[in-house]
Design a protein around this ligand. Structure first.
Ligand code: SF4
Ligand code: SF4
Length: 345
């Protein structure tokens, strides 16, 4: 059976998510849609704290296990449109209306079953699709209570920069791999945010020791196939008043465009915080981030490498002139083994 048949299966899965993206983007999130569909009657909010509690419950019912509130910071927004969409052309100046006050941030984990299939069989499109749908539902919920809302999601695109808002909202801490690492799912999740002026109570940042853990760990930097992740300490990002690690987005993008289906995510797959929660992983991580000497963290990093391997960046590269799909972090998911399901022809 040709290896490309495996990729065909994975592509069908990815395209199913991308198709839903097309439908969604054609309908929502233009910059002039803030007040479209907003109920004429505005329901007054009794208590922002209680309303925030309700929003978190509704977000969970919509399917997001992580829901937090943040006070929006206009400094943490894009100056120019990062892509076409939302009524912008790529590179056009972004204008952030003054009426936005709060962000309702939601997060959904990516599939654990495809994680070990990175880089060729681990796709974020399912996360993009699910996060975007939850975001659309929340925007509609807010509008029906009489408040304007705008989606910031993978499918609807973003005007706000997510990592600093997520850190401020206590979703997690920014990790070396350039995205936020949560205590619940590590970096293996996708976020979205509904911005609104509904009165809400912002959450507070957390310090559960993830950033400190990243100072020593460096597994993602060791294995990144494109060398896009820094081995240095965190630093201020683009003079925006927050600091963390920033990856080389160009080299990362170039690598994952070379992978079938635009995959990669090796960094997410190898991060010790990305392990699906079982008692052993949960306990080990819990101790590692609390224990101050760093010995437990070093031991956990060592165990991670011992159990899950120490692939070099070259491990994931294609041999010249071939289309090799099998250099993976771990096992290919069984449901992408085409020989079990498709006839050769
Ligand atoms: S997605 Fe791949 S190329 Fe990009 S930073 Fe992560 S490991 Fe490196
Ligand atoms: S792999 Fe290690 S250094 Fe990289 S984000 Fe995860 S914990 Fe931090």
């Amino acid at each position: 059976m040709e290896a490309s048949f495996d990729i065909a299966l994975a592509s069908a899965y990815v395209n199913a998510h991308m198709y839903s993206q097309g439908l969604h983007v054609s309908r929502v999130a233009a910059k002039d849609s803030d007040f479209q569909g907003v109920s004429e009657k505005r329901y007054e909010i009794k208590d922002p704290k209680e309303m925030s509690r309700l929003i978190k419950k509704i977000g969970a019912l919509f399917g997001s296990p992580l829901v937090r509130i943040v006070k929006l910071n206009p400094e943490w927004s894009y100056e120019h449109a990062p892509g076409d969409g939302r009524g912008y052309k790529y590179g056009e100046p972004v204008d952030i209306p003054e009426h936005w006050q709060y962000g309702i941030i939601m997060g959904i984990p990516l599939s654990w079953e495809t994680r070990e299939g990175a880089p060729s069989f681990f796709h974020t499109f399912e996360g993009y699709g699910n996060a975007s749908m939850h975001c659309a539902r929340m925007a509609e919920f807010v509008k029906k209570l009489g408040y304007p809302a705008r989606e910031n999601s993978p499918h609807a695109r973003y005007e706000y920069i997510m990592p600093p808002h997520m850190v401020a909202a206590g979703i997690g801490e920014q990790g070396r791999l350039g995205v936020v690492v949560t205590p619940e799912f590590g970096p293996n999740f996708r976020p979205s945010m509904v911005v609104t002026n509904m009165p809400l109570e912002p959450d507070k940042p957390i310090d559960v020791g993830i950033r400190k853990f990243c100072m020593n760990c460096k597994i993602c930097a060791d294995q990144c196939p494109s060398g896009s992740i820094s081995f240095d300490g965190p630093k201020e990002i683009n003079g925006r008043g927050y600091d963390g690690w920033q990856i080389n987005a160009s080299t990362c993008h170039n690598f994952w465009m070379s992978v079938p289906n635009g995959g990669c995510r090796v960094c997410l797959a190898v991060c010790p915080f990305s392990k699906e929660s079982n008692w052993l992983h949960t306990t080990a991580r819990d101790i590692a981030v609390r224990e101050r000497t760093g010995i437990t963290a070093s031991t956990l990093t060592w165990m991670e490498k011992a159990f899950y391997g120490v692939n070099t960046p070259e491990h994931y590269h294609y041999k010249e002139g071939t289309r090799q799909f099998d250099y993976l972090v771990g096992e290919k998911p069984w449901f992408f083994e085409s020989k079990d399901f498709l006839k050769e022809n």
